[in-house]
Write a new protein. Structure first.
Length: 296
C-alpha cells in the first residue's frame, strides 16, 4: 500500500500525518497495547509503518476531530442563541473524535478481511491453473509465472511478488513460505504450506495440488451451504423488523394516540421512515458481509 493513500477520518495523507503526529508518541505507545494484532495487520496490507507510529496518527485524528467538532458546535449554538450548550458540545465532540480514532485503528483489520475475501475468491481457480500446468510437465517456477500473469486479482499480485523474489535468488520454498506468512487467508496459507512440504519431501507435486483443489472445493461448498442456512433466519428477522413491526407499530401508535390524546405529527412518520431506511441499509450490508468469498 502506498503511503499517500488516504485513510477514512484522517484529515491528511498518511505520509504527512506521520510527520506531524510524532508528538503524540507517549499516548500512542499506551494505545497500541490495546491492539496487539495491529502490527501484523499493517504488514499484511503491505503498509510499511510500525504499529506505534500508526497509533500516533490515530491520536492525531482524535485531536483534529475534537477541535473541529467542538468549535463548530459552539459557533452554531451561539448563532442560534442556544444557552448551556458547552457541556453538550464537549460530549458530542468527544464521542465523534473517539469514534474517529478507533476507526483509524481498526481500519487495517477491515482491509485484511477484504484482502482475505479477494484471495479466497480466486484461490480455487488459481490452484486448478497451477495443477494443470504441473500435470502438463511445466516446472513450478514457470507455472507460478503463468498464474501471476493470468489475472487472478490480488492472488496474482502476491504470486508475482513471490516470482520476483525467486528470480533474485531466493529458494522456491523460502519465497513460498514468506508469501504464506505475510498473507492473512488461512486457506491460502494452508495450500502454500502443502506445496512447500511436497517440494521438501520430494512427493509428486501434481498429487498434492489435486488434493489442495479438492479440499478447497469442498470447503467452499460447505461455506455456501452454511450461508444458505443462515439466510432463512436473516429473512425472518428482516420481515419482522422491516415490515411487520413498523406496520403493527404504527397501527398500535394510532390506537394509543386516540385513547391518550398523544398527538402524532408528520415528524413522527418521518422519523419512522428514516429508521426504516437506515435499518434496511445496514441489514443488507450485514447480509452482504456474511456472503462467502466464492465465485458462484
Amino acid at each position: 500500500m502506498k503511503m499517500k493513500r488516504s485513510i477514512p477520518f484522517l484529515p491528511l495523507p498518511l505520509e504527512k500525518a506521520l510527520e506531524v503526529s510524532g508528538v503524540f508518541q507517549p499516548i500512542g505507545n499506551k494505545l497500541v497495547s490495546l491492539f496487539p494484532s495491529l502490527d501484523l495487520d499493517l504488514r499484511r496490507i503491505d503498509l510499511d509503518v510500525r504499529a506505534r507510529e500508526y497509533a500516533n496518527v490515530a491520536v492525531f485524528a482524535w485531536l483534529f476531530w475534537f477541535v473541529i467538532m467542538f468549535f463548530t458546535m459552539v459557533t452554531v449554538s451561539k448563532i442560534a442563541g442556544v444557552e448551556r450548550f458547552f457541556s453538550i458540545s464537549i460530549l458530542v465532540s468527544l464521542t465523534i473524535s473517539t469514534f474517529a480514532m478507533f476507526y483509524v485503528l481498526v481500519y487495517p483489520s477491515f482491509l485484511v478481511k477484504k484482502k482475505v475475501k479477494k484471495l479466497e475468491r480466486d484461490l480455487l481457480f488459481a490452484m486448478r491453473h497451477l495443477y494443470i500446468q504441473i500435470k502438463s510437465g511445466v516446472p513450478l517456477f514457470e507455472s507460478l509465472v503463468s498464474v501471476a500473469k493470468s489475472g487472478y486479482g490480488v492472488l496474482s499480485k502476491e504470486i508475482e511478488l513471490c516470482v520476483k523474489k525467486i528470480s533474485t535468488g531466493w529458494p522456491e520454498t523460502r519465497a513460498l513460505e514468506e508469501m504464506a506468512i505475510r498473507n492473512p487467508s488461512l486457506l491460502f496459507r494452508r495450500a502454500v504450506w502443502q506445496i512447500t512440504n511436497s517440494i521438501r519431501t520430494g512427493t509428486d507435486l501434481g498429487d498434492t495440488l489435486s488434493s489442495i483443489v479438492e479440499t478447497i472445493a469442498v470447503e467452499q461448498k460447505i461455506a455456501i451451504r452454511r450461508y444458505g442456512s443462515q439466510l432463512n433466519p436473516m429473512v425472518m428477522m428482516y420481515m419482522m423488523l422491516g415490515v411487520i413491526v413498523p406496520s403493527l407499530g404504527i397501527t398500535f401508535l394510532m390506537i394509543i394516540s386516540s385513547f391518550t390524546g398523544l398527538p402524532i405529527t408528520k415528524d413522527t412518520f418521518i422519523l419512522i421512515l428514516i429508521f426504516l431506511v437506515v435499518f434496511q441499509f445496514n441489514f443488507l450490508g450485514f447480509i452482504k458481509s456474511r456472503r462467502p468469498a466464492v465465485e458462484i
